[in-house]
Design a protein around this ligand. Structure first.
Ligand code: FMN
Length: 211
């Protein structure tokens, strides 16, 4: 099994980093031989769309003959996704949704004719489905009965990744981090991890786990 492990928080001791690392550790327990590719979007951000890239994506004609080199970053990042059997993302909630470094990655990975096809009925994904485990840290509460703010993060990620064919998303949350001491944060992380049956991610996943 190959794991693509993505982090987005600029804080070294971040809750989302600890959560994504714990997810990877649980995966390694059930698949000890798994390989890990690392993409740290906070410390090594991918570029926001630049003129040549935006020009390439502006029409089917420009996508067919893009400016030289304009799709190289996109292609590299898409191949990382394609090489993964499981994707683990650790991300903060920033202003109700994903941080801009994750949005920049999404802007490279969603590419017409490569990861999705546009049809009159909407986008059709061209990537093989595989599990995406998303560990979210938020200063306040956005899910459950005690939510105090809207959640544009989970629906957004489900929509954009789903449009590429990545439809099997699992969200784990550590919420209200602004009010957690270290012990409470550990408990919150364990509770988040307990929502997932990691046996489903063993080297040979059970059929019900995918798609
Ligand atoms: C720019 C910025 C925007 C934020 N927006 C929100 C928000 O909309 N909702 C929320 O609950 N917390 C928000 N926070 C707080 C973070 O989600 C919280 O500190 C979280 O623990 C950060 O993740 P990390 O611990 O993995 O770094 C924001 C933090 C920053 C820096």
């Amino acid at each position: 099994m190959n794991i693509l492990h993505i982090d987005c928080s600029p804080r070294p001791g971040a809750h989302s980093r600890k959560l994504s690392m714990a997810i990877v550790e649980r995966l390694l327990e059930v698949s000890p031989g798994a390989g890990i590719s690392r993409r740290d979007l906070a410390f090594h951000p991918v570029p926001h769309p630049w003129p040549d890239y935006a020009t390439a994506l502006s029409s089917p004609a420009t996508l067919a003959t893009p400016p030289p080199g304009s799709l190289d970053v996109s292609e590299f990042l898409i191949r990382e996704v394609e090489a993964a059997d499981v994707i683990v993302v650790g991300t903060p909630m920033n202003n109700l949704t994903v941080p801009s470094v994750l949005k920049a990655w999404i802007d490279q990975v969603l590419r017409a004719g490569r990861t999705f096809r546009s049809t009159p009925a909407g986008k059709v994904g061209l990537l093989r489905d595989r599990p995406v485990l998303v560990g979210i840290a938020s200063g306040g509460t956005f899910a459950g009965d005690r939510a105090t703010q809207p959640d544009f993060l989970r629906p957004y990620l489900s929509a954009v990744l789903g449009s590429t064919g990545l439809k099997t998303l699992h969200f784990l949350t550590v919420q209200a981090t602004a009010f957690l001491d270290e012990d409470q944060a550990i408990v919150a992380r364990e509770q988040a991890l307990a929502t997932i049956d990691f046996k489903c991610f063993a080297e040979v996943p059970c059929p019900g786990c995918i798609g």
